[in-house]
Each structure stands twice: as C-alpha cells, then as structure tokens.
Design a protein around this ligand. Structure first.
Ligand code: PMP
Length: 395
C-alpha cells in the first residue's frame, strides 16, 4: 500500500477516539446485554410518518435523479426565510447551500474560512468532531475554555486573547451547546462579536439545536449587529425533525462564500438527494408545533435530571438551558469522567459519554443524552445516581 496522506492519518490529532464508550456499549448490546444507552444525540422517536410519506411520494414522482447541487430553489428559499425571520436579516437563496447534514456544513464552512496551516478556534467543551473537522481542511484547532463556573458561557476576552496569540482566522461556536446545554446569552454573543470584529475572524455558528431551548432564547449569531458578513451559520434537520439518518442540513452566509461552497459541493458531495430535499421542505412547512413536539421529551427529561440531582449530594449539574444533553459533575466520586463512564457501563449497564470526550474543560463530568423513553431514562438515572453514591461512600 502506498503511504497514506499525513492529513488523513493525523485527523484525530493523536487523541483517543471519543466514541470508545459508545462502541463498547453497542458491542455489549449486540451480545445481548441489556445496556441502557445515553450516548449519542439521537431521538428515541423516529421521523414523523407524514414526512416519510412526502419523501416516498417525491421519489415515486421521479425526484431520484441528480438534484441541483446548491439545493432545490424552493428549499433554499424556505431555509432563507426561516433564518431571516429568526435573525432579522434579509436572506435569499443565494445565501444558502443545502448539505448532507450539519456535519458536512461544518466541514464546508471551515473550507470557506481557513487555508492550509491556518488556526481555527473552537470553544471547549465541544462536540467531538470539531477538532477533526478543522484538521480535515489542513488547519490547526486551538481550544478556548468555557468554564463550568460561568455556566459554560465563553468569554469574549478569552477568545480575543487566543486569536491574538495564534493569529486565528475562524471561531467555531455552538449554541444551544452540545455537550453542555448552554444557551449563549446576548451578553455572551456580544462579547464574541466584539472579539470577532477586533481579530477579524470568521464565526462559524453551529445552530443545529435551535429548536431545543428550555430557558432563555436562541439568538442567531448572524443577527448580532455587523456579524452577518463574517458569519457562516450551520443548520440541520437532524435534531429539529428527528431526521438524523436523512442527512440534510445547510450552511448559510454571505453570497460570495456560499458561491465558493457550491463549487466545493460540486467537487465532493454533488448535492443532496432530491426526494430528501422535498421531504425537508414538507417538514419545515409543518411549522413550529411539530418542532416543539419533537423537542418536548428532552425538556421533560431535563427537568427529571435536575429534580433527581437536586435530591442528592454527590453529583452536580449545570442546568442545561437547551439541547438534548445534561452534563453531570462526577468529581465528588473521586473519578475522572472516563473512569466513571467505563465503570458505570461495566457495573450498572448504563452508557454515558465521558466529559473528556469533549475536551479538557469538561473533565470530571459525564454527558447524559436525554434520549431514552421516560421510564427507561429514569431507571438509567437511578442506576447512575446509585453508582455514584456507592463510589463516593467508598472513596
Ligand atoms: N453539530 C452538533 C453540535 C451536533 O451535536 C451534531 C450531531 N450530533 C452535528 C453538528 C451534526 O449533525 P448532523 O450532521 O446530523 O446534522
């Protein structure tokens, strides 16, 4: 075999694969063990049958050939209208590229912002694919810590200092946040905006959880004064409409940057299947009630977590204001997040993600995905709390 490229071999940057506990849990389940899995961000409900009917009808009507690469006009218009309504901007289809999911949009956005060898900033804790996505475009990821004591809200001055120290050209933010559940406040957003303007950064704003807010409001970053020209917004149908497997999302931003990314799409994905796009358009037209219904179970289980955590002394939680996760502080057990997650899986058959999978700022935490039906979720939570109490007593 000829030598593989340095870039592909270095994609993980020598870090452990963040998904190890998840793989182990899946292998145990496949071997017949009754593992309760609270790992990845996937709903316990499936895509609404009405959306699947629309998908089927579109395919049967012949929308199975190559779709236009930037995305079908009606869907780009619909996404532009949605983003305009939320941000107050006047966006059109020229501001939107339809992508095969938010992940492809993140990759594309970094391509638009960074050259080989450049530095891209990201906020730690972060969604596990972020550093690899930045490395995948040949750039260097640099982390800026958000502190548990700040409710995981990043500070503008930290971002500016990191940008100045590294000469960074981009900043990746995510609100509502995976893994912390933080929803950035207006103050946080304005601090980020000042740093971005001062250091002339592209801001890549991952807003895939925009329909899942339990406290406060989702603020689209592009709508902050002066930010539209330097913001690439990432969106997705995965979380809002339980369409994770359909692989459809978007990147939105200045028309020139989107035109560049249409070229990238032409040379990589060649677009998104037409019948999936038709289904996404149908789904968006179902309106906010459907999105609220998809989000509602996570709100319920988030409240359950806070209630149960409030009744004991060992574990802590930063109350998640959005998204489908809760970060649980396990430091009083004397264990790291990784040790806790591995032992919990082995001893109590509950799978959660170690905070260390999401960076150093989340060390000593585990991320619980709010993704099992309520009764099973409560059972998993009881096992987790019981396990922590046992460990703390023994420590
Ligand atoms: N951003 C964040 C923060 C996520 O959590 C995820 C998926 N878990 C994605 C992007 C990518 O989602 P998708 O590619 O399914 O749209």
């Amino acid at each position: 075999m000829p030598e593989r490229s340095t870039r592909i071999r270095a994609l993980l940057g020598g870090e452990a694969d963040a998904w190890e506990v998840f793989y182990k849990a899946r292998a145990m389940k496949a071997a017949g063990q009754p593992v309760l899995e609270l790992t990845i961000g996937e709903h316990d409900t499936r895509t609404d049958p009405a959306i699947l009917d629309a998908m089927h009808a579109a395919a049967r009507a012949g929308h199975t050939g190559y779709a236009v690469v930037p995305g079908i006009a009606a869907l780009r218009d619909r996404i532009a209208a949605r983003l305009s309504a939320a941000s107050g901007l006047a966006l059109g289809r020229e501001n939107v590229l339809v992508t095969p999911g938010g992940q492809a949009a993140l990759f594309a956005a970094h391509h638009a912002a960074l050259d080989e060898g450049d530095t891209g900033l990201l906020i730690d804790p972060y969604y596990a694919t972020y550093p690899g996505t930045i490395r995948a475009v040949g750039a260097r990821p640099v982390r800026v810590a958000a502190r548990p004591g700040d409710g995981f809200q990043p500070r503008g001055e930290d971002i500016l200092a990191a940008a100045r120290a590294t000469g960074a050209r981009s900043l990746l933010i995510n609100s509502p946040n995976n893994p912390t559940g933080a929803v950035y406040t207006a103050e946080t957003m304005d601090g980020i905006a000042r740093a971005a303007a001062e250091a002339d950064l592209w801001v890549i704003s991952d807003e895939v959880y925009d329909t899942q807010v339990w406290h406060g409001w989702h603020l689209p970053f592009a709508g902050r004064p002066g930010m539209a020209e330097r913001t690439l917004t990432v969106g997705s149908m995965s979380k809002s409409h339980a369409m994770t497997g359909s692989r459809i999302g978007w990147v939105a931003g200045p028309a020139e940057a989107i035109a560049d990314l249409v070229q990238l799409a032409t040379h990589t994905t060649y677009g998104v299947p037409g019948y999936i796009q038709d289904a996404a358009l149908f789904a968006l037209d179902l309106g906010p009630e459907v999105e609220a219904a998809v989000a509602e179970p996570f709100r319920r289980r988030r409240d359950l977590v806070l209630d149960r955590i409030g009744r004991q002394q060992v574990l802590g939680a930063v109350p998640p204001d959005g998204a489908m996760y809760a970060m649980i502080d396990v430091r009083r057990t004397g264990m790291s997040g990784t040790e806790f997650a591995e032992a919990l899986l082995a001893e109590r058959l509950v799978a959660v993600m170690p905070g260390e999978s999401f960076g150093t700022a989340a060390a000593g935490h585990v991320r619980v995905a709010l993704t099992l039906p309520d009764a099973q979720f409560a059972e998993a939570l009881d096992r987790l709390i019981g396990f922590a109490a046992g460990r703390a007593a023994a420590a």
